[in-house]
Design a protein around this ligand. Structure first.
Ligand code: HEC
Length: 122
């Protein structure tokens, strides 16, 4: 009797708590929600928001040669402060008020997966 109660209770708890956050999936969601409209679902810089009057194309994150020129800190800065703060296009919005530092770290990892590159070290 007691044992089956404990079993049922732990089952409830497991359902309530769920499988827990999966960081990789989370970065994927963040990217789809905030970045894909310009950078494209697969990061190729071909999102539905991009029109001919964009003065510059959003970075193609699958271009390893270009992405290797950026360190992880460079990516973080441009995401937090926007293109303009990094002498790039203001078409790249700043996300520092929207995303947490952890979100941005997760996105940096996501971009490194898309380019399959390590980036400039240091
Ligand atoms: C409104 C469109 C738009 C959205 C939304 C957007 N970007 Fe951008 N992004 C751009 C454009 C345009 C550039 C190119 C700026 C340039 O090269 O001058 C850019 C550049 C960048 C760069 C710099 C690449 C480089 O070579 O320096 C990074 C990193 C980046 N975006 C990450 C992100 C991330 C992460 C998100 C989501 C949180 C995001 N962007 C959302 C338009 C956008």
């Amino acid at each position: 009797m007691l044992r089956s109660f404990v079993f049922a209770a732990s089952l409830c708890l497991a359902v309530l708590l769920g499988p827990g956050p999966a960081p990789a999936a989370e970065a994927d969601q963040l990217f789809k929600f905030y970045c894909a409209q310009c950078h494209g679902l697969t990061g190729k810089g071909d999102g539905p928001n991009v029109t001919n009057d964009f003065p510059v194309s959003p970075r193609n994150f699958t271009n390893a040669a270009e992405m290797d020129k950026l360190s992880d800190a460079d990516i973080k800065n441009v995401v937090l402060d926007g293109g303009q703060a990094m002498s790039k296009s203001p078409m790249m919005p700043p996300w520092g008020k929207t995303l947490t530092a952890e979100d941005v770290d997760a996105l940096v990892k996501h971009l490194r997966k898309l380019c399959a590159c390590k980036g400039k070290q240091g």
